[in-house]
Design a protein around this ligand. Structure first.
Ligand code: MN
Length: 503
């Protein structure tokens, strides 16, 4: 039997009370009553009262320990669009900030177009909204998540469209915002509707593996706790984590559908108090079990481009079984699960007034907003969309400058892409590249970990238009084209008498 609205609302208030003792719980109760009255008589396709949906949205937000205003906006998010109650009434009762959030969610949710147009408009709105207030997109994720998890009640055609849109738009954005848990849940909820056969296939593989490994890994976890205790290292938690289905599917595709090379269907997570303890725990684990060569990844010293930090290692346990460990602090764990949302998450170490103060700066979001401004024309925006998608969403690699700075680029990027990312001048004047100390050609595909040194020729006039044939980033491409344009206009103004140009 599903929970009633009253039960869910009590659950919500209790959850917020647990993580934020300073929250004004009455305001949250009032928001529930307000939304409940506004949606009175409305039903969802599943036959449930409508209010269950905003409540579940708010619960998704509370799981990320978000601020009372975000929870309230989650409760009210469908009110202006689907009921007679207006935004002004919300503003009068719950204040400017909540009203602004609700207005943002309403705006990003209304998309009139169909087909490809719809896709573009959707993406454009998400980007614009993000540049204005990331909180709106986070609430939108919580809303979409519940819609996906109740997709069964919709007609088949709608199921497919909503699920596909989630995989193509929502999950890549969640990924780039570092929101691992939301990304995983969005993808897993959409997966069976978009690729039903592949879903079944992956789920069988996962179930078989879990059946085989679960007890064994429970034993390894017990042993790990013992080892850490014996070494006098205080840990917060040792637990198992099962890889999300869709991400397992993607990994299987990368391994030619062969499960043999995949060791992290279930992994063991060790959560400790501080960074020093992360390395200490790694040492203790390696002292007991032999690590696999080349499988130790230090994402603390070199975080992933989306900010992910942890130590990963794969070891041979007893009987030669291979097990992956992920070691991190509590703070890293929160950031890995919630990403950007952690900026607004309750944390007793953060003073109340600091919590969620201002918008966190995200370079690529600012960059996207610039592109929006640059490309006012819709057709042109459409054309550049593929490039934007590659710049922002393609899997990232990280390479090093000779000084050891980490630069992140989309997969398959070339030295020219790297050069333009460092500086337009470096791009325009580059003539060659030294890759890990060896001379290489400018169209070579870079790999994670490469040390890239660009050779420049100061007297070089500008980029070679042929580079357009192999560069991968929109940034490099637009700089090369831009140079071609300005040099053309320079040339025109040099050959045409000034007097003529003025007229
Ligand atoms: Mn909704």
């Amino acid at each position: 039997m599903a929970e009633t609205a009253e039960q869910l609302s009590a659950q919500l208030v209790e959850l917020v009370r647990q993580y934020d003792p300073e929250a004004d719980l009455n305001r949250i109760r009032e928001a529930f009553t307000f939304a409940d009255n506004a949606h009175r008589g409305q039903m969802r396709e599943s036959g449930e009262p409508y209010i269950v949906h905003p409540l579940k949205t708010a619960l998704n937000l509370a799981e990320m320990k978000l601020t009372p205003n975000m929870i309230i906006a989650g409760l009210l998010h469908d009110v202006p669009e689907d009921t007679r109650v207006t935004l002004d009434e919300i503003k009068a009762k719950f204040g400017d900030d909540v009203a602004r959030l609700v207005a943002g969610i309403t705006k990003v949710g209304t998309i009139k177009y169909r087909g490809v147009e719809r896709y573009i408009e959707n993406l454009r709105k998400m980007f614009l909204t993000m540049a204005e207030d990331v909180r709106v997109v986070i609430i939108k994720f919580a809303d979409r998540l519940h819609n996906l998890e109740t997709l069964g009640a919709k007609p088949a055609k709608k199921q497919y469209r909503i699920a596909l849109e989630s995989l193509e738009i929502y999950s890549p954005i969640a990924n780039r915002l570092g929101m691992g848990e939301i990304k995983g849940r969005l993808e897993d909820a959409a997966f069976p509707y978009v690729l039903p056969k592949e879903f079944e296939w992956t789920r069988n593989i996962q179930q078989t593996a879990l059946l085989k490994q679960k007890d064994y890994l429970e034993g390894v976890m017990r042993e790990t706790r013992e080892l850490l205790k014996r070494a006098g290292l205080e840990f917060v938690d040792v637990h198992g984590r099962v890889k999300h289905l869709y991400s397992l599917y993607r990994k299987l595709l990368k391994h030619d559908r062969n499960i043999a090379g995949i060791h992290d269907i279930m992994a063991i997570r060790v959560i400790v108090e501080n960074i020093a303890d992360c390395y200490a725990a790694l040492g203790i684990i390696h002292g007991h079990w032999t690590p696999l060569k080349g499988r130790i990844k230090d994402y603390i010293a070199q975080p992933k481009p989306n900010g992910y930090r942890s130590l990963h290692t794969t070891v041979f346990c007893d009987d030669g079984e291979v097990v992956e460990f992920q070691i991190r602090t509590r703070e890293m764990h929160l950031a890995a699960e919630f990403g950007i949302a952690a900026h607004w998450s309750y944390d007793e170490q953060k003073p109340a007034e600091k919590r969620g103060a201002g918008q966190p700066k995200i370079d690529w979001v600012a960059q996207l907003a610039d592109i929006q401004r640059e490309i006012a024309d819709k057709q042109q925006y459409f054309k550049s969309l593929e490039e934007i998608k590659i710049d922002i969403f393609k899997d990232r690699i990280f390479v090093f400058t000779p000084k050891g700075d980490v630069i992140d680029l989309p997969e398959d990027a070339t030295p020219v892409d790297f050069a333009y990312l460092i500086h337009t001048d470096i791009g325009n004047k580059c003539t060659g590249v030294r890759l890990n100390d060896d001379i290489a050609s400018l169209d070579r595909t870079l790999k994670s970990g490469d040390v890239v040194e660009i050779i420049i020729d100061k007297s070089r006039k500008g980029p070679n238009p042929d580079w357009l044939k192999f560069v991968k980033t929109r940034h490099a491409r637009s700089k090369i084209r831009q140079y071609a344009r300005t040099s053309l206009s320079n040339w025109i103004s040099s050959v045409i008498p000034k007097k003529l140009l003025k007229k």
